[in-house]
Ligand binder design. Structure first.
Ligand code: C2E
Ligand code: CA
Ligand code: CA
Ligand code: CA
Length: 277
């Protein structure tokens, strides 16, 4: 049994604005949030770094709490994970993502959306079948949906997670390793998994125009990933200089405030029309 399972009330992040007494209330609130339509799917755009063409986006959750207002995922995903509510959240996000994708397909827009999975999702042997059902009921092919997994989420029960990942890959889903560089696993380990994409964590990208150490890490990660046949995505692009720097380094895709902040579906449609690729 993992440490996280033994002490479900301990929230990892000390920067949380919500204290532990509030946590208990929030957990019961969160259960209601799904039924009461308080969750929102936001989309952050992704582009081709070289051509600047819009490719799609990453689906990010937002919770509009009736009293506290907008709550960001870092404040509830950790305990949603610990209490198991995450499965309901993931299912909700996958359903919404499929609805959004089906809407864009109708307009003839061939974009993709990426959904974040967490540890529990990767230990859920039924997930691949649930996703297959969602895709087919929305008339989508597997290529439309991308799934982002972190190194950490693979580590809890690696054998089980690998099985789920392999099933998802066999269905034709595009898998990405998220937050690369912040975990303990190596590319050598990840190479064994059927993933297509590597997302370099934003902490290495955000200041790469000012910090040559960060720039070196980004450069060597891109080279290594390419040698393994992986697509590289940089997140946390906050200015055009970094975007150009990444283009020179051969980075494939990019995401960040310079390109677009996470936004509601409607605003994303407008962004798609206005973005000059
Ligand atoms: P992530 O998967 O690494 O998502 C990217 C985060 O970076 C987002 O924060 C996004 O707003 C932020 N970001 C993007 N570009 C920039 C930039 O240029 N500068 C800076 N400073 N930040 C940028 P967000 O939306 O608050 O999400 C935080 C984390 O919460 C996500 O990190 C992800 O791990 C988790 N998360 C969000 N939605 C979901 C979800 O539906 N399911 C699960 N399991 N986790 C989620
Ligand atoms: Ca992500
Ligand atoms: Ca990330
Ligand atoms: Ca993250």
């Amino acid at each position: 049994e993992s440490k996280a399972k033994k002490s479900p009330w301990i929230v990892y992040n000390t920067a949380l604005e919500i204290d532990q007494s509030e946590t208990l209330t929030l957990i019961s609130d969160l259960k209601e949030a799904i039924q009461q339509d308080q969750l929102l799917l936001y989309i952050q755009p992704k582009i081709d770094v070289k051509t600047r063409r819009a490719l799609g986006g990453e689906a990010l959750i937002r919770w509009v709490h009736p009293e506290k207002g907008m709550i960001f995922p870092d404040q509830f995903i950790p305990f949603a994970e610990q209490t198991g509510i995450i499965s309901d959240i993931t299912n909700w996000m996958l359903l919404r993502a499929c609805q959004v994708l089906a809407g864009f397909r109708k307009q003839g827009l061939d974009i993709t959306l990426a959904v974040n999975l967490s540890t529990r999702d990767l230990n859920n042997m039924e997930l691949p079948e649930q996703i297959a059902h969602l895709l087919s009921s929305h008339g989508l092919d597997a290529k439309a949906l991308k799934l982002e997994i972190t190194e950490g989420s693979l580590m809890q029960d690696p054998e089980r997670a690998e099985l789920v990942v392999k099933k998802l890959a066999a269905m034709g889903l595009h898998l990405a390793i998220d937050d690369f560089g912040t975990g303990y696993s190596s590319l050598a380990y990840l190479r064994q998994l059927p993933v297509q994409e590597l997302k370099i964590d934003r902490s290495f990208v955000m200041f790469m125009d000012k910090n040559s150490g960060d720039a070196s890490i980004v450069k060597s990660t891109i080279d290594l990933a390419h040698n393994l046949g992986l697509i590289v995505v940089a997140e946390g692009i906050e200015n055009e200089f970094v975007l150009n720097q990444l283009a020179r380094l051969g980075c494939n895709e990019g995401q960040g405030y310079f390109i677009g902040k996470p936004m509601p579906e409607k605003d994303f449609s407008v962004w798609l029309q206005r973005w000059e690729g």
